[in-house]
Ligand binder design. Structure first.
Ligand code: COA
Length: 335
């Protein structure tokens, strides 16, 4: 019998900082609007031609996580790569990481669960480790959003929110069943698949058909978000899935040392904090500096919290996410 635990963490953020004032220059928006609605002050965008890609950012975060775990890449038995912005339509980005890390042969699997991607990936790694199938699993969340956003006033409700970056953890087995991942809780509701989506091109409308139509009004290749509907569902689902984890572990809310919510919107995190009566110290937020980095947001935040000494042996950590799908989930960790 094994549990899984995190033994190494890393993050990578592109150097190029895009402030709200920078966005004011290219679309009709304002620093006040963005901060009031989302809490975001700045985000990182890959500078075109700087050599970064979704997989390469993941590799940079992974190298740090592997080194901090006291391992070398060849010790990794399995790669899980969570992203909604893979390098290619196919194959997935996980195999590109495997090649870049010079791991001769190990399974690499992409997880396409958007903002819940990292939570789904940790839960998946946990199951493979618990069964004994794999020992050291590299879990990456990485997103290159900026190149695919509508950076005009038309796309402002989405483009001001999202940023680029990557985070990674190494998980391994432990025989101590009172530490590590204690439980994970995953959900989805495809009924609302298109409320937060990027649908074109797709297998119902391939690229040649879109090119033939040559319709300037067709912007299905940009992300779409029904913002208020997403917000309303997010606050409900975050609360539900954290409660589910608390019930499973028999923890009370005041026993949570650190809640790391997916960095969707500071207002959503504040709503959840209030709902559970948590103090500022119990909730980690860094969306102010990075925006919403989707599958990368939790591993980036977890890494920063660990670097700041907020996560150490004995810390009770809750990861929770909600996003496109809709999908949502939580992971309860006794560090
Ligand atoms: C996106 C979000 C911030 C928008 O806030 P909102 O209060 O719902 O705003 P609305 O979409 O109703 O738009 C209000 C007005 O602001 C405008 N607006 C939208 N984006 C803007 C921007 N970046 N700058 C300035 N004005 C903007 C709208 O055009 C609208 O103008 P109108 O009243 O003249 O029509 C909010 O809905 C939200 O946070 N949703 C959840 C998003 C999220 O978490 N997504 C990730 C999930 S993982």
């Amino acid at each position: 019998m094994f549990n899984s635990k995190i033994i190494g963490l890393g993050k990578y953020l592109p150097e190029n900082i895009v402030t709200n004032a920078d966005l004011e220059k290219i679309m009709e928006t304002s620093d006040a609007w963005i901060q009031e609605r989302t809490g975001i002050e700045e985000r990182r965008h890959i500078a075109k031609g700087d050599g970064n890609s979704t997989s390469m950012m993941g590799v940079k975060a992974a190298r740090i996580a592997i080194e901090r775990a006291g391992l070398v890449p060849q010790d990794i038995d399995f790669i899980l790569f969570a992203t909604l912005s893979p390098d290619y339509y196919f194959p997935g980005s996980g195999v590109l990481v495997q090649e870049a890390l010079e791991i001769p042969d190990c399974p690499a699997m992409d997880i396409r669960m958007q903002c819940s991607g990292f939570v789904y990936a940790v839960a998946t790694a946990d199951q493979f480790i618990k069964t004994g199938m794999y020992k050291n699993v590299l879990v990456i969340g990485s997103e290159y959003h900026s190149g695919g956003l509508d950076m005009t006033t038309r796309g402002r409700n989405i483009s001001v929110i999202f940023g680029d970056g990557a985070g990674a953890v190494v998980m391994t087995r432990t025989e101590n069943l009172s530490e590590g991942v204690l439980s994970s809780h995953l959900h989805s509701q495809g009924k609302y698949a298109e409320e937060l989506s990027l649908i074109g091109p797709n297998t119902g409308r391939w690229v040649p058909e879109i090119m033939e139509a040559n319709d300037p009004e067709d912007i299905s290749y940009y992300p779409y978000m029904n913002g208020q509907f997403v917000f309303k569902n997010a606050v409900v689902r975050f609360a539900e899935v954290i409660k589910e984890g608390l019930e499973k572990t028999s923890w009370s809310a005041d026993q949570i040392d650190l809640l790391i919510p997916h960095q969707a919107n500071l207002r959503i995190a504040q709503f959840v904090q209030k709902k559970f009566g948590l103090s500022d110290d119990q909730v980690y937020n860094n969306i102010q500096r990075y925006g919403n980095t989707t599958a990368a947001s939790i591993p980036i935040a977890l890494t920063e919290a660990w670097e700041e000494g907020k996560v150490e042996q004995g810390t009770k950590v809750v990861l929770a996410a909600f996003g496109s799908g809709f999908t949502w989930g939580s992971v309860m960790i006794q560090w």
